[in-house]
Design a binder for this molecule. Structure first.
Ligand code: CO8
Length: 277
């Protein structure tokens, strides 16, 4: 039974590696790191990359051995330099609307509401759709060479993958509008000072820091973490419903085996062993 599970799991990983062109994946313990891999285009998000990212998120959601994800950019220069401008250059209004809607539904909202922690490890340019990708993640770690901005107005656009909503929620309306209206990127230091980055590290320490943080989360109940993410998100999206959501989910935790395990371990003075989602 265990063997079958392992084979299925390896098949899933091989399947992903074989079929993805614009993303690659590495594994360490229960954490998977997803690399956006279009280095020549500074990892700009074209439609295929978004589709692959969406498929990958779906696979890791089902995989009980995966307890957290890190999203980063391939290479040292760029996390993601935005949505692929060349791809949408000739789009009509309707096509633009559809692109934004599909992106929200299949990638950005999926990440925002993902029931397993997702950390953005930002290694350079983090612009437009790239910053929106990082904003959708639960936590952001930046390397000292990171540049973060929403340059859409310089293209005659506005942010279309959540930037107008998630940036003000994180750093406040005034700072968000300053970034959105002048379109200029801010440094990693500034982003850290404004609370856009949870942590700021040297580039060579970035993935190690992200991995260690993800592993530290993985000692806790993933089921409880998923309830916490959902309650936090509900309050941000609809402040009048946040507390109600918290109360409902707090109550739901009491009927889980993770609650029994967590409290049992405390009473028996041992480390808990959580394995449910
Ligand atoms: N899209 C497509 N190609 C890109 C992008 C991009 N966002 N960014 C860089 N590239 C490509 C360049 O075109 C170039 O390709 P090529 O060699 O074939 O010409 C290659 O990457 C390397 O780029 P540069 O030569 O420009 O590298 P530099 O180091 O000189 O400059 C910059 C780096 C400053 C990052 C520069 O590339 C740049 O300004 N890029 C665009 C940044 C940008 O404006 N991003 C926002 C895009 S809009 C967006 O994200 C909207 C999100 C919401 C969409 C919602 C659905 C509609």
């Amino acid at each position: 039974m265990q063997e079958r599970k392992l084979l299925d799991y390896l098949y899933t990983l091989n399947f992903s590696v074989m079929n993805f062109k614009n993303i690659s994946i590495s594994s360490s313990k229960s954490i998977r790191t997803i690399y956006i891999s279009r280095q020549k285009q500074l990892n700009a998000l074209n439609a295929q990359t978004l589709e692959e990212l969406s498929m990958c998120l779906g696979q890791f959601l089902e995989d009980k051995d995966v307890r957290g994800l890190i999203i980063t950019g391939e290479g040292k220069k760029s996390f993601v330099a935005g949505a692929d401008i060349k791809e949408f250059a000739k789009y009509s209004s309707n096509e633009g609307l559809e692109l934004s809607e599909k992106g929200h539904k299949t990638v950005f909202d999926v990440i925002y509401n993902y029931p397993k922690p997702i950390i953005a490890a930002i290694n350079g340019y983090c612009l437009g759709g790239g910053l929106e990708l990082a904003l959708a993640c639960h936590i952001r770690i930046g390397s000292s060479n990171a540049l973060l901005g929403l340059p859409e107005v310089s293209l005659g656009l506005i942010p279309g993958y959540g930037g107008t909503q998630r940036l003000p929620a994180l750093i406040g309306r005034g700072r968000a509008l300053e970034m959105i209206l002048n379109g200029k990127p801010i440094t990693a230091e500034q982003a850290y000072e404004w609370g856009l980055l949870n942590h700021l590290v040297d580039q060579e320490d970035l993935l190690d820091k992200a991995q260690k943080l993800a592993e530290s989360f993985s000692n806790n109940s993933l089921l409880a973490q998923s309830h916490a993410i959902a309650a936090v998100n509900r309050g941000l999206i609809d402040p009048s419903k946040g507390q109600e959501e918290e109360i409902k989910r707090f109550g739901a935790c009491f009927q889980t085996s993770d609650f029994k395990e967590g409290v049992g371990a405390f009473l028996e003075k041992r480390r808990p062993d959580f394995n449910n989602l």
